[in-house]
Design a protein around this ligand. Structure first.
Ligand SMILES: [Zn+2]
Ligand SMILES: [Zn+2]
Length: 358
């Protein structure tokens, strides 16, 4: 079958090959025919080495498709079912799962060193244990989350990562209060989802911050009340909050420099929500005086910061009711053969989400 493979970490192009096989099927596993997958910024971060990932590998962790085969003991899905591929499955038994914080379950990472694919030349890994830039994946049962048939594959794919992450940051982690002021730094698919979440919660002011003009325009269409470039943020803080700083600032980039800016733009006693996925050698510096004296809350948000399955269900309910726009997030569509075009669109900042139709 066909899959897009990164041969070595640091390369910037994928090769679409037709000699790849999804491996590992057996008890407790599910085989999925992938129909749509989104390109998430974390895929680029795994390719360039910011996020740890053994190579060669098939990127892609935001996918949806149809179940074609289930292994022994799998009862929650059957062939023909429509599923979201969840890269962070909940085991249901660990302390985090029992607390309802399934986003902290590490069970899915236990197999991180196990290849998901093979080629005549050798083993190939799947990013984050999935690897959805492929026609077919074999995943642990918990990674195949059934969804209703009225959710199109392209929309379902977005729920697999970006939308869950951004919406959850606003709804679960920050629990944005009605009437508050919000700034969102970084307005790709995840940032726009955080904006939609803040709007749903009734934020009075939502300032979108992004260097790319088309993303600022999109942010306004999705509910931001103001959209500025990074060098206009100080002025926006002055006009929106009378200089005090924002009640909530979302960092959706994953760099210490933007996290520091986000901290500085948060009002005393306000909340900085760290959503971006950054590198292990990139350190955020805070001094011990400001840390206690300004009483700013720093809340990291991993995959939406809440129970993953109920987050999916909530997103589908909000989408069905027309309360969030998911179709509008898909600004580009390419077939798997056009994957490198999709990577360029992501790097240039012209895409909110590119849907890769497989
Ligand atoms: Zn668990
Ligand atoms: Zn992602």
């Amino acid at each position: 079958m066909r899959a897009a493979v990164l041969h070595e970490t640091g390369q910037d192009k994928l090769e679409v090959l037709d000699d790849v096989e999804a491996v590992g099927f057996g008890p407790g596993k599910v085989r999925v025919r992938v129909r749509a997958t989104g390109l998430c910024h974390s895929d680029l971060s795994a390719m360039n080495g910011v996020l740890p990932q053994p190579a060669p590998f098939v990127p892609g962790h935001e996918g949806a498709g149809e179940v074609t085969e289930v292994g022994e003991g799998v009862t929650h899905v059957k062939p023909g079912d429509r599923v979201v591929v969840c890269w962070l499955p909940a085991c249901g038994a660990c302390p985090s799962c029992k607390r309802g914080q399934t986003e902290l379950c590490l069970a899915g990472f236990m197999n991180a060193g196990t290849p998901n694919f093979k080629r005549p030349g050798g083993d190939v890994f799947g990013f984050a244990g999935t690897g959805t830039f492929a026609e077919e994946v074999v995943v642990a049962a918990g990674c195949a989350v059934p969804i209703p048939d009225d959710v199109p594959f392209d929309i379902a794919a977005l729920i697999g990562c970006g939308v869950t992450t951004g919406l959850g940051a606003a709804l679960n982690t920050a629990d944005v209060q009605a009437g508050s002021s919000v700034a969102v730094i970084g307005c790709g698919g995840v940032g726009i989802s955080a904006i939609q979440g803040a709007r749903l919660k009734g934020a009075a002011e939502i300032v979108a911050v992004d260097p790319v003009a088309s993303r600022r325009e999109a942010a306004l269409a999705f509910g931001a009340t103001k959209a500025v470039s990074p060098d206009e943020l100080a002025d926006a803080r002055q006009s929106v909050t009378a200089g005090e700083g924002f009640d909530y600032v979302f960092e959706v980039v994953g760099r210490s420099a933007t996290a520091r800016t986000a901290y500085d733009q948060t009002r005393r006693g306000g909340t900085l929500v760290v959503v971006g996925a950054g590198a292990m050698d990139d350190f955020l510096q805070l001094n011990m005086f400001e840390l206690f004296f300004d009483e700013k809350r720093i809340l990291p948000s991993m995959y939406g910061g809440g129970d993953v399955l109920s987050s999916y269900e909530r997103t589908i309910a909000l989408w069905r009711a027309g309360r969030i726009d998911l179709e509008g997030l898909i600004t580009h569509r390419v077939p798997l053969a056009g994957i490198n075009e999709a990577l360029d669109q992501m790097r240039s900042g012209t895409a909110l989400r590119t849907c890769i139709e497989i």
